[in-house]
Design a protein around this ligand. Structure first.
Ligand SMILES: [Zn+2]
Ligand SMILES: [Zn+2]
Length: 182
């Protein structure tokens, strides 16, 4: 799967879920971009960066290596998650991580559409070394690389999407040996 352009999605979500509060005269109050290949620990983040002159800018960065091979709904859910952080910071001007404002907006977004679910955690397994196993989800067919077989591991994507983030037996991965490249 190729990477979707993030700016059109940002504008769409801004209108649908944030009352267009993340733009001023149609100009985004922050930048949204894909990471390079090194961001493997998280699916995305929102941050404020300052340069040496003391100027600040805000940005959302989504992980190319984590999201590249997942369905587009994983990108949409991650982008929405980070947009809630941006909204709390830039519009509400509050210091809050995953507190009451975050939950309220997340629940609202999850209620008004069913294409994807925004969740608190959004980490997808990505190995640092070549995988020896692939865990395959019987539900959605996605394959996740693993260094070793993890007992009772379930598809994070399906658990988040269909079971509110709870582990569910129907998404338990079955393991297939990864073929060594010679
Ligand atoms: Zn978060
Ligand atoms: Zn799945």
């Amino acid at each position: 799967m190729s990477l979707v352009p993030l700016l059109p999605l940002f504008h769409l979500f801004n209108r649908k879920f944030f009352e267009s509060s993340l733009t001023q005269r149609s100009i985004p109050m922050l930048s949204v971009r894909w990471s390079d290949g090194r961001l493997r620990k998280t699916a995305g983040f929102y941050r404020r960066v300052s340069n040496r002159m003391g100027q600040t800018k805000n940005e959302i960065v989504l992980s190319r290596p984590v999201l590249e091979y997942l369905p587009q709904s994983a990108t949409e859910s991650t982008l929405c998650h980070e947009m809630i952080h941006a909204w709390i910071d830039l519009v509400l001007k509050k210091e809050e991580a995953h507190g009451p404002n975050f939950h309220e907006r997340m629940n609202f977004i999850n209620e008004v559409q069913d294409k994807f679910q925004v969740t608190i955690r959004h980490r997808f397994p990505i190995p640092a070394q070549p995988p020896r196993w692939f865990g395959e989800c019987p539900n959605c067919g996605l394959r996740f690389p693993y260094k070793r077989r993890v007992q009772n591991a379930a598809c994070r994507y399906c658990c988040d999407t269909h079971y509110g983030g709870n582990w569910h037996a129907s998404c338990m991965l079955s393991y297939i040996p990864a073929l060594k490249e010679s």
